[in-house]
Design a protein around this ligand. Structure first.
Ligand code: SME
Length: 159
């Protein structure tokens, strides 16, 4: 069992520590599912105010539920549908302050109010999306976005 206790002074420091811990966890391990599983556990344990943290993989042009922490979730999401499917189709990070105001939002857990989705891309190809949900409205800011983009860059080499 790995015991990463991260207690950083501010958010950029928190994400620096989280990126270092993630880098150490996945180093030398080529199995993408194992790496996503550990990443989901680490992120869920480290970041406050999340009710879901995990991955949807790009399998045959459709998002398929991958390793996660939180409540059981929808299994398949077509590209272009909901927050995750829109991020997958556009390859752009989506930070949604109020998911109930997002057209087509897919409500897997009614506790979710805000969401951050980061496409994980290698050589222009979508591998997966990292999806974080929070019960707080507007939980995610630009520092969360930058921190999670860094995490996705680490993972992009090892999925
Ligand atoms: N709310 C997401 C679906 C995934 S769950 O939040 C885990 C969406 O609209 O893409």
């Amino acid at each position: 069992m790995h015991d990463y206790r991260i207690a950083a002074a501010d958010k950029p420091a928190l994400y620096r520590d989280l990126a270092a811990a993630l880098g150490a966890l996945v180093e030398g391990e080529p199995d993408g599912v194992a790496n996503m599983a550990n990443a989901a556990a680490l992120i869920f344990e480290t970041l406050p105010d999340l009710n879901w943290a995990g991955f949807y993989r790009n399998v045959g042009g459709e998002l398929l539920l991958g390793p996660f922490q939180g409540r059981a979730a929808c299994i398949r999401i077509p590209f272009g549908k909901g927050v995750c499917g829109t991020a997958a189709a556009t390859l752009e990070v989506l930070r949604v302050d109020d998911v109930h105001a997002f057209p087509g939002h897919i409500a897997c857990d009614t506790a979710s109010n805000s969401e951050l989705v980061v496409p994980i891309v290698r050589d222009g190809e979508l591998l997966a999306v990292l999806d974080l949900d929070s019960p707080l409205t507007a939980r995610f800011d630009g520092e969360d976005e930058a921190g999670c983009v860094r995490l996705s860059e680490i993972l992009a080499k090892l999925l």
